[in-house]
Ligand binder design. Structure first.
Ligand code: ADP
Ligand code: MG
Length: 697
């Protein structure tokens, strides 16, 4: 029944069906049932014109049309109707569909009119109202709250707007019975969380009999979504814990200990030690480790990666570390090979630009097991690269690696290697739990001691010359500086023009030969980019003008100033990531956020947050609040957060409820075999394959 094609619904037909498919992705009865209204209109209430006040938002009036007039020319052309009830007069206005209105609305007739209230020359006005014929006898209105659905502009102009959709859902619900919408949650959960039945919830969310019923329906459906998402994640993880075989690292051996005692350049922070213990426990358990390590920029993930790889080496396995870019891979290679230079551990670098002859040599020693640690870009997961005994894979800056790429690593060994995914993009806990619920999770929530906080300030573009003077003073002290330009779309010509113009401007402040400038952006050939970057790393240039390509990982400790141009165009996480490029050395560091003089509320809020905190987790929480989960980097691809109703920010209490319920359920019945849980199990099985994320396991 619910799988019936939408064209079979009364009132739809082939043309409307086409529209519904194209505009709203509605193909079946079920799709329509699951299109939830975003609000309801209380059509039982009719406002009197004399009561209309600015700020009332949507209103409904019962009025008679006194007369029409056609005003204006061209784009300003509009049809205006003078209308009145017994308490006053107001106007209705149309800019589009004028001839349809002239044909269908009649002077002297009464209409029930609904829409957003505005005021024009102090006269109440509704633009593009919804109208329907009205007679005083109809005054009692409807018995329910009428749903309004999200409709596209196209649907609205084809007379299939939010309220016409309501007629369709009404027709649909009239045909649906309890057996068509089967319960999927077990009774124990329903009674424990006091949830209405699934069938009732669908009825009440569309056509609630009261506000209380509506809220109960929304709660039920949100909890269902959260519960199911949580349950799937838990099942995946526990399946992995129970059934996956992992290589066993059962000892901490010579390499680890020697390095730790003799070559570790600093004491580990408490958080670094804790994470290492977690990794040791995992990798010694005989199960495959699949762990997400989150640590703010500069929190010291690299050393954790190195010690983890030494653990693998001590147990007779090879390890590899993958970075998202060549620059980063090289930097890791430089850091790690210098740390290990007195140790009998072989480390090599493999990137896209490794020469064929070197590649061959490398492949040989890898296959023979003489090479213990391989560092590289995604080149390391190419077909030709074969390890003898790969036991540990570390992926730095996870969000640049797709799930498919991760899967290819699994295939590189008979027993899958342990996987540690490291990311500096802080993800709020609630989100991590939901988005990465199938991974185990570690956090480095402590920065190494002695870091000088970065001073972040906001300046308007009109103050540019002051900012440049400051920059000059710092550079003359021997420091280096980044100047970052926004690049919203990699392909946007305008952005590049801005960048080049910006570069020219910087040049006028910092002329050669006293100053040298590197410029790096995504359109440069890789070797040119690399060369420009390298000149900055070695200190040959004092200024790096760049787009966000330097966002991740790059480490130039002498760079102590960052200026971010048009910073109102960046998201919070991105600003935070960028800022993390400075404050990496001993010098006092600064970040200057330049903006235009006009700032929207959100932009102002972002700037305020950036100037008041440097805590990545705090920033991530704010980012989530401002943008919602859909845009948080690293989660969109996961496809796990596309809830229809639930909102990860606003519904945290529900998330907690769902989480607790799942935990209890699985504790009692980990495989969902009890009679009561069968419908849940079969529902999950039906859903499988329909969801993008089910491919992830
Ligand atoms: P990220 O987590 O951003 O990858 P890195 O691993 O690059 O951070 O570390 C940032 C800097 O902090 C490096 O210069 C590193 O040597 C230093 N560092 C890491 N751990 C410690 C520590 N426990 N004590 C002092 N300095 C540390
Ligand atoms: Mg790093």
């Amino acid at each position: 029944m619910l799988d019936s094609p939408i064209e079979y619904l009364k009132g739809v037909g082939p043309q409307r069906a086409d529209l519904l498919k194209k505009e709203l992705n509605i193909f079946t009865f079920r799709d329509l049932l699951e299109l939830f209204p975003y609000r309801h209109v209380d059509k039982t209430r009719v406002n009197l014109i004399r009561d209309l006040m600015p700020g009332m938002d949507y209103v409904q009036v019962a009025v008679k049309i006194l007369r029409f007039s056609l005003l204006g020319e061209g784009r300003a052309k509009r049809l205006v109707a003078q209308v009145a009830d017994s308490t006053g007069t107001m106007e209705l206005a149309w800019f589009q569909g004028i001839s349809w209105i002239q044909k269908n609305l009649v002077e002297g007739q009464s209409y029930l009119v609904y829409g957003r209230l505005g005021f024009f020359n102090q006269m109440p006005q509704i633009v593009h109202p919804e109208t329907e014929p009205w007679t005083p006898e109809k005054k009692e209105g409807r018995e329910f709250l009428e749903p309004v659905y999200p409709a596209t502009e196209k649907l609205k102009t084809r007379n299939l707007g939010g309220r016409q959709l309501a007629k369709l859902t009404h027709a649909l619900l009239a045909q649906i019975h309890e057996k068509d919408v089967q319960e999927n949650l077990p009774d124990s959960i329903l009674s424990k969380l006091q949830l209405m039945s699934r069938y009732q919830a669908f009825r009440q969310i569309h056509f609630p009999s009261s506000n209380v019923q509506y809220s109960a329906a929304v709660r039920r459906l949100k909890l269902e979504e959260l519960f199911l998402a949580q349950l799937r994640m838990n099942l995946l993880r526990s399946k992995r814990h129970r059934f996956s075989k992992g290589v066993v690292f059962d000892k901490v051996g010579e390499q680890f200990n020697t390095f730790y005692k003799k070559y570790l350049p600093f004491d580990l922070t408490g958080a670094q030690k804790r994470v290492l213990r977690e990794i040791r426990n995992d990798s010694g358990s005989g199960k495959q480790m699949n762990r997400l390590l989150q640590g703010d920029v500069g929190s010291g993930k690299t050393i954790v990666a190195l010690l983890t790889m030494l653990l693998a080496v001590d147990n007779g396995y090879q390890a590899c570390l993958m970075a998202p870019t060549e620059i980063l891979a090289k930097q890791h290679f430089a850091t790690i090979s210098s740390l290990l230079k007195e140790m009998p551990v072989n480390v090599e670098l493999l990137t896209g630009s490794t020469k064929t002859s070197a590649r061959k040599k490398l492949a040989k020693s890898l296959a023979e097991g003489n090479l213990e640690i391989l560092i590289g870009t995604h080149a390391v997961i190419e077909e030709a690269v074969q390890f003898q005994r790969l036991g540990m894979v570390i992926i730095d800056e996870q969000h640049r690696f797709g799930v498919a790429q991760r899967a290819r690593l699994w295939e590189k060994a008979e027993i899958p290697p342990h996987i540690l995914v490291m990311t500096a993009t802080p993800i709020p806990r609630t989100l991590a739990m939901t988005a990465y619920g199938d991974l185990d999770y570690s956090v480095i929530d402590e920065l190494p001691p002695g870091r000088q906080p970065i001073t972040t300030v906001h300046r308007f573009e009109t103050q540019r010359s002051f900012v440049m003077n400051f920059l000059q003073a710092e550079i003359d002290k021997g420091r280096q500086a980044y100047i970052i330009f926004p690049l919203i779309e990699e392909s946007d010509k305008l952005d590049y023009e801005n960048l080049y113009r910006g570069y020219e401007t910087v040049k006028t402040y910092f002329p050669e030969p006293k100053y040298w400038i590197s410029m790096v952006h995504g359109r440069q050939p890789a070797d040119q980019k690399e060369q420009n970057m390298q000149r900055f790393v070695t200190g040959d240039t004092q200024i790096m003008v760049s787009t966000t390509v330097i966002e991740v990982g790059v480490n130039v400790p002498n760079a102590s100033v960052m200026v971010i141009e048009s910073s109102e165009k960046f998201g919070l996480s991105q600003l935070h990531q960028l800022r993390g490029r400075v404050g990496r050395g001993a010098e006092k560091s600064y970040c200057v956020l330049l903006t235009g003089s006009k700032l929207g509320n959100d932009a102002r809020e972002r700037i305020k947050i950036m100037t008041s905190t440097s805590n990545g987790f705090e920033i991530a929480e704010k980012d989530l609040e401002l943008r919602g989960p859909g845009d948080i980097e690293g989660t969109r691809q996961s496809g796990m957060l596309s809830f229809k109703l639930a909102n990860i920010v606003e519904d945290r209490p529900l998330i907690e409820e769902a989480k607790a319920a799942v935990a209890e359920l699985l504790e009692n019945d980990p495989d969902l075999v009890s009679a009561e849980n069968l419908r849940l199990k079969s529902f999950l099985q039906q859903q499988k394959g329909k969801m993008a994320w089910s491919k992830i396991s």
